[in-house]
Write a protein that binds this ligand. Structure first.
Ligand SMILES: C[S@@+](CC[C@H](N)C(=O)[O-])C[C@H]1O[C@@H](n2cnc3c(N)ncnc32)[C@H](O)[C@@H]1O
Length: 206
């Protein structure tokens, strides 16, 4: 059982919902969305971001490698009688890439969990239709306090310039960064907390 399988049932909190709402707002402010657009969310967790966006876009495929997260997502889809969201179990670092392309690909707080950033950005490129948009919401470079000392298999956020340069190298254009949200998180047992900025990178497949 993965860490995310264990966390899935308690994932949805007022704080995580607020984060999703703000990232969705930032996405909407960057690109005119329409019901004609197909979408793919990677590392969807319980689907909070897609639930925020679903009334503004067309059908959404939601991918995650955690069985626990996908179970919670499927329950939410069932209980709300949603028919335009399709959850799939997928790890793009190991599994074959779906034989389908989308107008929008988005991912929130997942990039820092993928060891090979270039590989995953390239998979996103392949998943996009020409002219389609990629949105990545993730942590700015930080000192490791977001996950704490016990977690050493994640990126400690990203340097915007380095990420932009890698993204451009893979063929994306019109790359833009903004600060979409600042997330408050407790960083030690003394109740000390810190604000972690979350960027939104938008990039277009030419
Ligand atoms: C920090 S959580 C973010 C979940 C959701 N996007 C959110 O912001 O609420 C990271 C998510 O990425 C998923 N994940 C991590 N590595 C993955 C991989 N290689 N392939 C697919 N999903 C992955 C985890 O299962 C988890 O649901």
């Amino acid at each position: 059982m993965s860490r995310f399988d264990e966390e899935a049932k308690d994932w949805d909190t007022p704080e995580s919902q607020e984060r999703a709402r703000n990232i969705a707002k930032a996405i909407c402010s960057h690109v005119p969305l329409s019901n004609e657009m197909t979408a793919f969310e990677y590392g969807c967790g319980t689907g909070q971001l897609s639930f925020e966006l679903r009334n503004k876009i067309g059908p959404i495929t939601l991918a995650d490698s955690s069985t626990g997260m996908l179970e919670v997502l499927r329950d939410k889809i069932r209980s709300r009688s949603v028919d335009d969201m399709e959850p799939i179990s997928l790890d793009l670092t190991k599994d074959p890439i779906p034989n389908k392309q989308f107008d929008l690909v988005y991912t929130m707080m997942t990039l820092h969990h993928i060891p090979d950033t270039q590989l995953i950005l390239n998979q996103f490129y392949e998943l996009l239709n020409p002219g389609g948009y990629l949105f990545v919401a993730d942590l700015d470079k930080e000192d490791g306090s977001f996950h704490g000392q016990d977690v050493d298999d994640v990126h400690k956020g990203f340097d915007r310039k380095e990420l932009a340069s890698l993204t451009e190298k893979l063929g994306f254009t019109n790359i833009d960064f903004s600060t979409a949200y600042k997330m408050e998180r407790e960083i030690n047992d003394h109740g000390e907390s810190k604000l972690f900025p979350i960027f939104l990178m938008v990039a277009q497949k030419s």
